[in-house]
Design a binder for this molecule. Structure first.
Ligand code: GLN
Length: 482
């Protein structure tokens, strides 16, 4: 059969393969040819694993013809952020220092995806070691926004967001330490979920800031986000921070609407945002009220200091995590007269400027004499954030905010101004400090045709609720055709 031009959703693909409307091989060929056609301009992928993907597709097709069930993602092509380990396939983290490094094992999420029939078609571009908000800090060149190739796709998971937005793949995985799934999802007009910390195993995710990092799904609609979440969540003894609970598979109660839900609009996040995004929030409130939601403004005071606390905690953890790239254990080596000089030469040549900035910031914040003033204060602020959210959730079931203060900016606009770049994540960072789930869902476009994303936040383990409200907003927007 001829595959239609409108990209199919993951759900449609899995169903079509299982009922033999089309084969996994056709689907993978289609995905590879779209990558071939579009990725020259967009550069969402750092590596395309076409041969492996076609071999796996053949296996899936054989299973189907024997009457076996390949899983909930049967034959669905997926892009994987390049900081998630894939056995024998280069995993660069967007860095020269890891160029050529091939992990000897698969991350837990990769194993889970395989066991549900998904097919990895390639590794996606990212800011080096996930530090950035535009994918311009990739050592292999930027990714471009499919809605306007002069704009950034957001970051750090910009390749994953762009690969899904351009229809090269229906699904992708990213990682979110301070907004790296939600911010690019908003910029590219796709759905991006940061799950509750501990719901998705971090085993095989190259660590940036371990107490904040979380893997999560990108998709073109909320239903597909549910599908991919269900495939990757679950306890993993290989990750000591993985929650040992019976994971509530994300239920299909996401169609229940918002009737009776108490929804708080985070007042601090309405300051300083673009007028078009303010309008989107107003419109969302109107729709939510029409659906029976109770809307009220809600203050979460400590979110104002969250960005400052994040830029101490995340670099502090990064400075320790990145110590392992020393020219001995992984990746590249630049020789020197002795071991110390070799390490200095390797790290000087291998890391980009943003990564060096973070390592210096983190090392400074942790140094004797400054530890309490910087790292200690940041940790106290983190406790306040958790407390403020707790009291907000006594009054509200979910909170709503813009995902980003602006829509996608132009390539080059912020790359030389780190502070302005950091401000792109002001609305997303507090959730990581608290360990809570939050989703970005597309909600119309600005006057330049660039997507706007709204963020739905909920308490720990209420990932389901974020998806349910997102699903309502998605349908409201579809009906209104904004
Ligand atoms: N942009 C933020 C940073 O650079 C968040 C990155 C992320 O979530 N990985 O730290």
């Amino acid at each position: 059969m001829k595959l239609s031009d409108k990209p199919l959703s993951a759900k449609e693909i899995a169903a079509g393969i299982k009922n033999k409307t089309f084969s996994a091989t056709e689907i993978v060929r289609n995905s590879l040819s779209r990558i071939d056609k579009l990725d020259g301009d967009i550069h969402a992928f750092l590596a395309v694993t076409g041969d492996q993907a076609l071999l796996r597709a053949k296996e899936i097709d054989e299973m189907v013809s024997k009457g076996e069930d390949p899983g909930i993602l049967a034959g669905v092509p997926i892009g994987i952020k390049d900081n998630i380990c894939t056995r024998k396939v280069a995993t660069t983290c967007g860095s020269k220092i890891l160029n050529e490094w091939k992990p000897p094992y698969d991350a837990t999420v990769i194993e889970k995806l395989r066991s549900q029939g998904a097919i990895v078609v390639g590794k996606t571009n990212m800011d080096e070691f996930a530090m950035g908000s535009s994918t311009e800090h990739s050592a292999f060149g930027p990714t471009r926004n499919p809605h306007n190739i002069n704009c950034v796709p957001g970051g750090s998971s910009g390749g994953s967001a762009a690969s899904v937005a351009s229809g090269m793949v229906p699904l992708a995985l990213g990682s979110d330490t301070g907004g790296s799934i939600r911010q690019p999802a908003a910029f590219c007009g796709v759905v991006g979920l940061k799950p509750t910390y501990g719901l998705v195993s971090r085993y095989g995710l190259v660590a940036f800031a371990s107490s904040l990092d979380q893997i999560g799904p990108f998709s073109r609609n909320v239903e597909d986000s549910v599908l991919l979440s269900n495939a990757i969540m679950g306890h993993d003894p290989l990750d000591s921070t993985s929650l040992d609970i019976e994971t509530p598979p994300i239920k299909i109660d996401i169609d229940k609407g918002v009737k009776g839900l108490r929804i708080g609009i985070i007042s601090e996040f309405l300051e300083g945002i673009s007028p078009e995004i303010s309008k989107a929030i107003e419109l969302a409130c109107k729709y939510l009220e029409e659906g029976g939601g109770q809307i009220e403004s809600c203050s979460v005071p400590s979110v104002r200091q969250s960005l400052s606390a994040y830029y101490l905690i995340a670099p502090a953890e990064a400075s320790s995590n990145l110590a392992r790239f020393d020219g001995v254990r992984f990746g590249m080596r630049v020789d020197g007269k002795n071991a110390e000089e070799m390490m200095v030469n390797t790290r000087t040549a291998g890391f980009g400027n943003e990564v060096k900035r973070r390592i210096m910031l983190g090392t400074y914040a942790l140094s004797a004499g400054y530890y309490d003033a910087y790292y200690g204060s940041a940790q106290k602020l983190r406790t306040l954030v958790i407390r403020d959210f707790k009291s907000a959730y006594q009054k509200f079931d979910v909170l709503l905010s813009p995902t980003t203060p602006t829509t996608a900016f132009e390539i080059g606009a912020k790359v030389d101004d780190p502070l302005t770049m950091y401000l792109s994540d002001v609305c997303t960072i507090p959730t990581n400090l608290a360990g809570h789930p939050a989703i970005s869902v597309p909600f119309g476009h600005d006057s330049k045709g660039l997507p706007i994303g709204l963020q739905v936040l909920a308490p720990a383990l209420k990932d389901n609720l974020t998806l349910r409200v997102a699903k309502y907003l998605e349908s409201a927007v579809e009906k209104a055709n904004v």
